[in-house]
Design a protein around this ligand. Structure first.
Ligand code: FES
Length: 151
């Protein structure tokens, strides 16, 4: 049979428990505050130089990795569309196959047409389209319409 802890030992354990609880609470508070106040501001601004538009050929998607986007100039009306460069399955970056005229994801084989529609899964949702704001200081800013993700 063991003896109950002495009052001095009990006091020490209680103090150690308070110190530990305080350290955990501080870590959670600081981590949450850092996430809330600083993480949103560190997101890279999604934009590209308006000079990029001059390099576009009809239906030859151009990758702008620093903005995380593929830019496509449609034949006919010359409209430009921007597609997020992350696959809607699990977020891998995909490439353009100029011979087959499809976007191919190297991770699990999804394919998308030039408009971003799913040709082959496992992705089930089209590529995310991004809107563009009017050029400002020679930069075109991208605006996300919805969220990507699994599926
Ligand atoms: S992440 Fe693209 S197919 Fe899975």
């Amino acid at each position: 049979m063991s003896e109950p802890p002495s009052p001095g030992k009990r006091s020490f354990l209680r103090t150690a428990l308070f110190v530990l609880a305080g350290a955990v609470a501080s870590a959670i508070t600081l981590g949450t505050g850092r996430f809330l106040f600083f993480s949103a501001g560190k997101q890279p601004r999604r934009e590209f130089s308006s000079e990029v538009l001059g390099r576009l050929d009809f239906e030859m998607p151009l990758h702008v990795p620093e903005a995380g986007v593929w830019i496509v100039k449609r034949r006919g009306d010359g409209a430009v569309s921007c597609l997020d460069d992350r696959c809607t399955h699990l977020g891998c970056r995909f490439s353009w196959n100029a011979e087959r005229k499809v976007f191919e994801c190297p991770c699990h084989g999804s394919e998308f047409d030039i408009e971003g529609n799913v040709n082959r899964g496992p992705a089930s949702r089209p590529l995310q389209r991004l809107s563009t704001a009017d050029p400002e200081n020679g930069k075109i800013r991208l605006i996300e319409k919805g969220s990507g993700g699994s599926g």
